[in-house]
Design a protein around this ligand. Sequence first.
Ligand code: NI
Ligand code: MN
Length: 227
Amino acid sequence: MKITYYGHACFGIETKGKHLLFDPFIRENELAKDVDVEKIPADYILLSHGHGDHVAEAEEIAKRTGSKIISNYEIVTWFGSKGVEGHPMNHGGKWSFDFGTVKYVNAVHSSVLPDGTYGGNPGGFVVWNEEGCFYFAGDTAVTYDMKLIPQLCPKLDFAILPLGDNFTMGVDEALLASDFIECDKIIGCHYDTFGYIMLEHKSAVNAFANRGKELILPTIGNPLKIN
Ligand code: NI
Ligand code: MN
């Protein structure tokens, strides 16, 4: 799986020849100013919840690439009214796509779309195929429901967790989440984009290393390869 970080909570993951794009929010992110939105590939756009810092460029990229949106029913319906095709899911359900299986899992957060439309309940995704299994948590607190993931999904190879604190988990909670999901390779996101979520990189990485775990704080635009 080839992973590209586009800043904030936006990741591109290439697996089985398909490009999955998670939570696109680029143009308003000063840290991602070198990312060319018009060149981002996508076959599917997975949206964890309706907040603007997760869906900003979803319509534009979906229309340019002809990609399908995968999210909860409310968000898929909202994009459907704009002429974007999608696959609606809800918590606890899974579906087999041509790139692998997706399970939509709980997140503790809120969700409203940019125009004020109800955005359903926020979620995260567990995605797996023969190349591996990963968890994209979306914006969430640490929650005991995370303990269900290792019971219901294959062993995680890596997980993408928010850890900028204030709106989501901070470093200590993300560390506890990594225990709950039984995964020692964590890619951090949702930090440094705005004032409330500044992260001390070195102490965050050390906090994981001290527990024998790896925290990767990815560089924007730089592809990262995992197994
Ligand atoms: Ni949010
Ligand atoms: Mn957010």
